[in-house]
Design a protein around this ligand. Sequence first.
Ligand code: ZN
Length: 142
Amino acid sequence: MHDWNEVLAGEAMERGPVMLNWHDVAHAGATADTGFNVVIHEFVHKIDLRDGAPDGCPPLPSREARRRWLAVLQAQYAHFREQVIKAERFGEPAPWLDDYGATAIDEFFAVACEAYFVNRERFTREFPPLTVLFDGFYLPAA
Ligand SMILES: [Zn+2]
């Protein structure tokens, strides 16, 4: 049982297919304003797992690049978690980004990339350092 579970979590997620809920895929266009897109979300998890760990870091060319990536992402994640906690506990306005992103750093990466691709303008207003970071990865200089 234990081995089987590990195969499911490791092999299936790292090298297996991307599983998508058709309802969410069919409605992905309609949720663009909110920055949701389940297709992008799942493929970002695949990119994250390319280097082995679901840590919010895609495959990068050096340890230094990785260190810089995580420094930016973790700072933004911590800030976002604080916003979510303040909204939940003290009734402050809910953050624009899906609060599912506050559950773990790899979910934050996936949720942030959804918003980056779906509603770049709003995303950039909310997370300027992440637009710079993601541009460096998704739009490498020619
Ligand atoms: Zn996810």
